[in-house]
Design a protein around this ligand. Structure first.
Ligand SMILES: [Cu+2]
Length: 161
């Protein structure tokens, strides 16, 4: 039987975000800050505050797996936010939408950017006291349960779009 040439949206992104509450994802507690996974490097982490208080903010960062272990990101939590979800913005012929991300495998040596217009961590129910210039902390939970925490710069809205 021949393969059909139908376009199939990547399954990992198949469940669209209808409303923000529709894409609840496992949220890791942010308090634990163990040593993390050797070789996983996170840089350029910043939390962009929402223009309107009460709206979600977004966490961006660069991550690379420079170690020898297989690594997959399962969840991200942010200190000062009740909930955080890994999202990807998808362009569908000019219309963009967000979809919840499945656990993200980090291939060895291949950097991945969470950046405006692409992968991001949507951050909900932010602490009202978080202000531009502050530093908070984010914690990634990897498949297998390892966690890695890293400092995050808090930025004013609209800075890096
Ligand atoms: Cu989002």
């Amino acid at each position: 039987m021949r393969m059909k040439k139908t376009y199939i949206a990547p399954l990992a992104l198949a469940f669209a975000v209808a409303g923000l509450s529709a894409c609840k994802q496992e949220s890791a507690p942010a308090e634990a800050a163990p040593e993390g996974i050797a070789g996983v490097e996170i840089s350029n982490a910043r939390l962009v505050l929402p223009a309107v208080k009460g709206n979600p903010g977004a966490l961006y960062f660069d991550i690379v797996n420079a170690g020898d272990e297989f690594v997959a990101m399962r969840a991200v939590a942010v200190t000062g936010a009740k909930e955080a979800m890994m999202h990807e913005t998808i362009d569908e012929g000019g219309t963009t939408r967000m979809a919840a991300m499945a656990p993200l495998s980090l291939d060895k040596g291949v950097p991945v950017s969470f950046a405006p217009g692409g992968k991001h961590v949507m951050v909900m129910d932010l602490d009202e006291n978080l202000a531009a210039g502050d530093t908070t902390e984010a914690t990634i939970t990897f498949a297998g349960g390892d966690k890695q925490s890293f400092p995050v710069k808090v930025e004013a809205p609209g800075g890096s779009d």
